[in-house]
Design a binder for this molecule. Structure first.
Ligand code: 13P
Length: 255
C-alpha cells in the first residue's frame, strides 16, 4: 500500500517577506525529505513570493481559503482561477477557524472544495469535532456528517481528487494532541466512510492529522496505519521543527 506521506504547513496569519524567505530557503536546501510530499499554505499577500521561491521545486504551495464563486463583486475574496493562474497546487477548505470564526457551513466548505477541483487544485478538506462533541461521544457521527456534506457537493467522481485533514478543534493551538490511537480511530472511520462509496478511492485517499503536531509527537502519529501525514500550524513557522516533522514522516514511511 503506497500512500505517500504528505506534510502541509498552514502558516495561518503569520509571516513577513523576510521570515518567509528564510523558511523557503531552508525547506529548499533540506536533505533527506525527498520521499514525502511537502507543501505550505501561505497568506495571500505572499502568494507571489511563494510562486517565485517554490515553482518548479519539490515543495508545493497553496492557499488557506478560496471563494466558492468564480469572479465578481466579492470584496476581499480570492478565486480558484486566481490560484491556478499563480501556480498554487493545493487549497485548504473548512479549517475549523473558518468554520467557527467566519461561520462557514459544511455545505459551503463542499462548494469551495468543488471550485478548487474544477480548477485542478487539490482541496485539503478539514474536518474535526469540538470538545463537547468528543465528550458526548459524537465524534464519529460529526465526522460522517462533515464528510458527507462535502461529498454531496463534489460528487463520488471526485473522491479521488481530495485530501482530508482530521483536525480535532480541541487540539488546535492548544498543545493538546489526539493520541495516536484517537487519531487512528477517526482516520479509519473516515476511510471506511469513503470505502462504502468507492473502494479504490478509499485506498488512495490521504488523510492528514492536524492539531498540535510537534517534533516529539509526529512520528507516533504518522506511524498509524491510516494517518498519511500532518497539517501543521504553529510548528510550521519554525524551520527546525517543521523539518523534524517532515523527517518523522520519512521515518514513519520506512518503518
Ligand atoms: P497547530 O499545529 O498550531 O495546533 O494548528 C493546527 C492547525 O490548525 C493546522 O491547520
Amino acid at each position: 500500500m503506497g500512500r505517500k506521506k504528505f506534510v502541509v504547513g498552514n502558516w495561518k496569519m503569520n509571516g513577513s517577506i523576510e521570515e518567509n524567505q528564510s523558511l523557503f530557503d531552508g525547506l529548499l536546501s533540506a536533505k533527506g525529505i525527498e520521499s514525502v510530499d511537502i507543501a505550505v499554505c501561505v497568506p495571500s499577500p505572499y502568494f507571489f513570493q511563494a510562486r517565485g521561491a517554490l515553482s518548479g521545486t519539490a515543495i508545493s504551495w497553496g492557499a488557506q481559503n478560496v471563494s466558492e464563486q468564480d469572479s465578481g463583486a466579492y470584496t476581499g475574496e480570492i478565486s480558484a482561477k486566481m490560484l491556478v493562474d499563480l501556480g498554487a497546487e493545493i487549497g485548504l477548505v473548512g479549517h475549523s477557524e473558518r468554520r467557527s470564526m467566519f461561520g462557514e457551513s459544511s455545505g459551503l466548505v463542499g462548494k469551495k472544495a468543488m471550485k478548487l477541483i474544477e480548477f485542478g487544485i487539490s482541496p485539503v478538506v478539514c474536518v474535526g469535532e469540538t470538545l463537547e462533541h468528543r465528550k458526548s461521544k459524537k465524534t464519529l457521527e460529526v465526522m460522517s456528517s462533515q464528510l458527507k456534506a462535502v461529498i454531496d457537493q463534489i460528487g463520488l467522481e471526485n473522491l479521488g481528487n481530495i485530501v482530508l485533514a482530521y483536525e480535532p478543534v480541541w487540539a488546535i493551538g492548544t498543545g493538546l494532541t489526539a493520541s495516536p490511537e484517537q487519531a487512528q480511530e477517526v482516520h479509519s472511520h473516515l476511510r471506511q466512510q469513503v470505502r462504502l462509496l468507492d473502494v479504490e478511492a478509499s485506498r488512495e485517499l490521504r488523510i492528514l492529522y492536524g492539531g498540535s503536531v510537534k517534533p516529539d509527537n509526529a512520528e507516533a502519529l504518522f506511524g498509524q496505519e491510516d494517518v498519511d501525514g500532518g497539517l501543521i500550524g504553529g510548528a510550521s513557522l519554525n524551520l527546525i521543527d517543521f523539518l523534524t516533522i517532515c523527517r518523522a514522516a520519512v521515518n514513519a514511511t520506512t518503518h
